[in-house]
Design a protein around this ligand. Structure first.
Ligand code: NAP
Ligand code: ZN
Ligand code: ZN
Length: 348
C-alpha cells in the first residue's frame, strides 16, 4: 500500500516528506486512514538516538487515530468506517505468559514497536503514524468510542500518553483519599492529572514551569508545586502515596523519594536514557519503593478509551501541520507544549 509520510532521514536532519510502501492487507489486517498523529517525546528521543542507534529513514508516530478503510477476509473485530486507534506496538509473540495475560507491552520475546524496528517477519521496516494511512493486525488495534468522534485530535494522544498514565494509576489503585503526585506537566503528565482526578485521588502537580498552574488546576489538579526552588518541597516530606515521574530529562529522584509516606511508591515513567542515582537510605526509611511502568496492553488500552468515552476525557492539544514538526520538537524539548502537539495528517 502506498503511503505518504514524514520521516527523519538522520538524527540531525529536519523532518521531511517521505513516500514509502506499507505491507499489503493480510487476512487478519485492517487498513486505516490516519486523521491525527500525536508527537510523543519518545519520538524525539528515538529520532535523536537518545535511546541508542536508530533505523533511518524513520517515520515516527505511535499515537494514531483514524478510520478503518479496508479489512482482511478473516477480520471480525472491525468493520469499514469504524474509528480505530493504534499505539506504541503493532505485534508481539502472542504465546508467552505476558501476551496471554494481555500485557503485550511486556512480551517476553519483545513487543514489536510501531516504528524504528523490524516487524516479526525479520525484514519489513515498521513505519509509524506521521503518515496518511496504516496497516495493522486487528488484534493490536483498539476501538475509539463513537462519542469522541468529533475530538479525534484529542484522542490520538490517548494511545500513548493516555494509556501510559492510566495503567500505573490502575496498578497502584488511585482512588479517593489517595495522595497522588504527577511530576512534569507535559503530554504524559497532563493525562495523569485528568485520570487521577477522575479516579477521585487528591492530585498534586510538580512542575518546573510556573506558568502552567492555571491549566493544571483546570485539568483537575488540587495543588501545584513549582520545583525551581527545592525548598518548596521540604514541607511536603512524607505526604504522598504515589508519585508518577513523567519528566523527560535527568532528574534528582531522591528529592521525590523523600516525599513518599510509609510504603509509598515512585513510578518511573519518563525515560531520558541515563541511569538514576538512587539514595538507598531514602528507600529503607519508610519502606519506599521505586517501580517502573510501560504503556499498557491491548485490553487495558480499550478499557482506558472506554473510560475516556464515559468521562469525556481527551488530551489538550495544539493541532499542527506537517511543516511545523521540527518546531514542535523544539518546543516540546523546551517544555513549551500545551499539552500535546498533534499532526493533522491531511497536511502531509
Ligand atoms: P513532554 O511532553 O516533553 O513532557 C515532559 C515534561 O517534563 C515537560 O513538559 C516538563 O514539565 C518536564 N521537564 C522537561 N524537562 C525538564 C527538566 N529539565 N527539569 C524538570 N522538568 C522537566 O514529554 P512526554 O511525551 O510527556 O514524555 C515524557 C517522558 O516519558 C519521555 O522521556 C518519554 O520518552 C517517556 N515515555 C515513557 C513511556 C512509558 O511507557 N514509560 C511512554 C511514553 C513516553 P513541566 O514544564 O511541568 O516541568
Ligand atoms: Zn509515546
Ligand atoms: Zn509475548
Amino acid at each position: 500500500m502506498k503511503s505518504r509520510g514524514l520521516a527523519a532521514l538522520s538524527a540531525s536532519a529536519p523532518i521531511t516528506r517521505f513516500d514509502f510502501e506499507r505491507r499489503d492487507l493480510g487476512t487478519h489486517d485492517v487498513a486505516l486512514d490516519i486523521a491525527f498523529a500525536g508527537i510523543c517525546h519518545s519520538d524525539i528521543h528515538q529520532v535523536r538516538q537518545e535511546w541508542g542507534p536508530a533505523i533511518f529513514p524513520m517515520v515516527p508516530g505511535h499515537e494514531i487515530a483514524g478510520t478503518v478503510t479496508a479489512i482482511g477476509n478473516s477480520v471480525t473485530k472491525f468493520k469499514v468506517g469504524d474509528l480505530i486507534g493504534v499505539g506504541v506496538f503493532i505485534d508481539s509473540c502472542r504465546i508467552c505468559e505476558s501476551c496471554k495475560r494481555g500485557l503485550q507491552q511486556y512480551c517476553e520475546n519483545g513487543m514489536t514497536g510501531t516504528y524504528n524496528t523490524v516487524e516479526r517477519d525479520g525484514t519489513t521496516i515498521a513505519y509509524g503514524g506521521y503518515s496518511n494511512n496504516f496497516v495493522i493486525n486487528e488484534d493490536y488495534a483498539v476501538h475509539i468510542p463513537a462519542n469522541l468522534k468529533l475530538q479525534l485530535e484529542g484522542v490520538a494522544p490517548l494511545l500513548c500518553a493516555g494509556i501510559t498514565l492510566y495503567s500505573p494509576l490502575k496498578t497502584w489503585g488511585a482512588k479517593p483519599g489517595m495522595r497522588v503526585g504527577i511530576i512534569g506537566l507535559g503530554g504524559l503528565g497532563h493525562m495523569g492529572v485528568k485520570f487521577a482526578h477522575a479516579l477521585g485521588a487528591e492530585v498534586t502537580v510538580f512542575s518546573h514551569s510556573p506558568s502552567k498552574e492555571r491549566d493544571a488546576k483546570a485539568m483537575g489538579a488540587d495543588h501545584f508545586v513549582v520545583t525551581r526552588d527545592l525548598a518548596t518541597l521540604k514541607p511536603l516530606h512524607k505526604s504522598f502515596d504515589l508519585l508518577l515521574n513523567t519528566v523527560s530529562a535527568d532528574l534528582d529522584i531522591n528529592i521525590y523519594l523523600d516525599l513518599l509516606s510509609l510504603d509509598g511508591t515512585l513510578v518511573v515513567i519518563g525515560l531520558p536514557g541515563k541511569p538514576y542515582a538512587v539514595n538507598v537510605g531514602s528507600l529503607l526509611n519508610g519502606r519506599r519503593r521505586i517501580a517502573g511502568s510501560m504503556i499498557g496492553g491491548i485490553p487495558q488500552m480499550q478499557e482506558m478509551l472506554d473510560f475516556c468515552g464515559e468521562h469525556s476525557i481527551v488530551s489538550d492539544v495544539e493541532i499542527i501541520s506537517a511543516d511545523y514538526v521540527d518546531t514542535a520538537y523544539k518546543r516540546t524539548v523546551e517544555s513549551d507544549v500545551q499539552y500535546r502537539f498533534v499532526i493533522d495528517t491531511s497536511t502531509i
